[in-house]
Design a protein around this ligand. Structure first.
Ligand code: KG4
Ligand code: ZN
Length: 473
């Protein structure tokens, strides 16, 4: 009989420790302290004669110990144990790895089961070489992530499959409520999130035709953003995680914006992400999935903030970005504006550009000259595109970039898209822009990022708190 040892089965644990006393010491402690560890035993006439111990770490497994008592060897017991473990791990992991002495006869058994040597380790076992072996598995299980986003004024839930395929998304925007104030009022935003969460969740599940039981894990945006707003999404995520016993995955909102691109096309690495949103302007280098290195960022205003402020000066309601973009397309670059932070760094600065627009409008007014708003919008947008392009090209020159992506609300901008399309084509760099509807805040991007955060081992407990100034790190 083959059986998995459970934490509470103290009798079986004792028997296992006694049978293999020469290698095993404290199985109870190991089961209690390591939630990833598993012991499978082979029992003949109530006696344990063999066992396998493996660690199941997210989407991969590692065989740590494998032993059959000497008198019971060559009877096919090892084969049956290994078969059991492989069957058990099928559709659960991408691969199984192990380390073994080169002269161990188990090497042949592993080979029979499709394990391949991936590395040889000289003198690994006190004078004997070791082999690192791996068996690739068919991991067919689909992972459904429920994403939650509430960092600013959008309450959103989304279900995404395997981090790449959007199943259903619902976004409830409060733009109309905040419009009258010329910006988001934090207190009003969090109150409206509280009102919205349950409805938006229900609608999302309905749209996906799924129940909470069909969900594998819950990913939540826990920063950066407005603290009161973030807390509503976070508490919702914790409650669902506790109630339905699903892992809680913490997602940085900005990482979410980047992963919105994965819903269009799977990102390739090394990758450069230009994050341009209402609160952030950053160049991020990613060597591989879910690894982020900030090359530079804005020293003052974010580019979206600058669009909104310039919009206000020329009489466009909040959020002004889309309309300024539209006006820019109707105008010509007739006004001369300074190029902000035109230096050799990866940093940006936009407050000087905003001040230059204010001064220009003021001076023209004093001179009683009519401002051509479309031309001013075109001139402003052109300077923004120039400076974003300049710093991005510097990164293309200095780093080996395979894929370029944009992220955040401002990546909806037509002028910016047109210019970057040209740049990437001329440099032979693959590029992806998020779908327009997923440029601004949404939970699909959080669920998409959540899947890769999970694969990266990022799982939170209930002490997770919202961090309003969370850095991408
Ligand atoms: O990413 P997002 O929703 O906010 C943050 O997470 O910070 O982006 C919102 C920002 C606003 O400042 C809005 O004016 C800007 O994105 N935006 C645009 C465009 N569409 C939205 N800016 C320029 N051109 C656009 N087409
Ligand atoms: Zn955002």
């Amino acid at each position: 009989m083959i059986k998995e040892v459970e934490k509470k089965d103290l009798k079986l644990i004792k028997e296992l420790e006694d049978a293999f006393s020469f290698i095993l010491n404290n199985v109870v402690e190991s089961l209690n302290n390591n939630p990833f560890t598993h012991y499978i035993v082979y029992i003949i006439n109530s006696k344990i004669v063999g066992y396998i111990n493996y660690d199941l770490i997210y989407d991969r497994a590692e065989i740590c110990n494998f032993n059959v008592l000497e008198n019971y060897q060559n009877k096919g017991i090892g084969t049956k144990l290994l078969q059991y473990v492989i069957d058990n791990l099928n559709n659960k992991v991408d691969n199984i790895t192990l380390e073994v002495k080169i002269d161990n006869k188990a090497v042949n058994l592993y080979k029979k089961f499709g394990f391949k040597t991936v590395a040889k380790r000289n003198n690994y076992y006190n004078g004997t070489d070791g082999l690192l072996m791996e068996r690739k598995m068919m991991n067919m299980k689909d992972i459904y992530v429920l994403g939650i986003e509430s960092s600013c004024d959008e309450t959103s839930f989304s279900i995404v499959k395997n981090g790449l395929v959007e199943i259903a998304t619902v976004i409830s925007s409060q733009i109309d409520i905040h419009k009258d104030y010329g910006g988001v009022v934090p207190e009003i935003a969090s109150r409206n999130h509280v009102k919205n969460v349950t409805f938006v969740l229900d609608e999302c599940l309905k749209k996906a035709n799924m129940k909470m039981d069909d969900i594998d894990m819950i990913a939540v945006s826990y920063g950066p953003g407005l603290i009161g707003s973030l807390l509503v999404g976070l508490e919702t995520a914790k409650t669902l995680s506790w109630l339905y016993n699903k892992p809680l995955i913490p997602v940085n909102h900005i990482k979410g914006h980047i992963y919105a691109n994965n819903l269009v096309k799977k990102m390739e690495f090394p990758l450069l992400a230009l994050v341009i949103s209402g609160g952030h302007t950053e160049l991020i280098y990613m060597e591989k999935d879910y690894s982020f290195k900030k090359l530079g960022s804005t020293l003052d205003d974010a580019v979206g903030e600058c669009f909104d402020k310039v919009g206000k000066i020329i009489g466009v309601p909040y959020p002004a970005g889309p309309m300024v973009d539209e006006m820019a397309h109707q105008g010509r670059c007739t006004y001369k504006l300074p190029i902000p932070l035109n230096d050799n760094s990866y940093n940006f600065s936009f407050s000087g550009l905003k001040s230059a627009v204010i001064n220009l409008v003021h001076n023209e007014k004093v001179r009683k000259n009519e401002i051509n708003k479309e031309d001013l919008a075109a001139s402003f947008q052109n300077v923004v595109v120039d400076v974003l392009a300049k710093k991005t090209l510097k990164a293309f020159d200095e780093l080996n970039i395979k894929n370029f992506v944009m992220a955040g609300g401002v990546s909806a901008n037509r002028g910016i898209r047109e210019r970057f399309e040209l740049i990437c084509k001329s440099r032979g760099i693959n590029y992806t822009f998020p779908e327009i509807k997923y440029c601004t805040d949404n939970a699909a991007m959080i669920a998409a990022a959540g899947y890769f955060a999970y694969k990266n081992g990022e799982i939170a407990d209930f002490t997770l708190n919202a961090v309003s100034n969370l850095d991408i790190g």
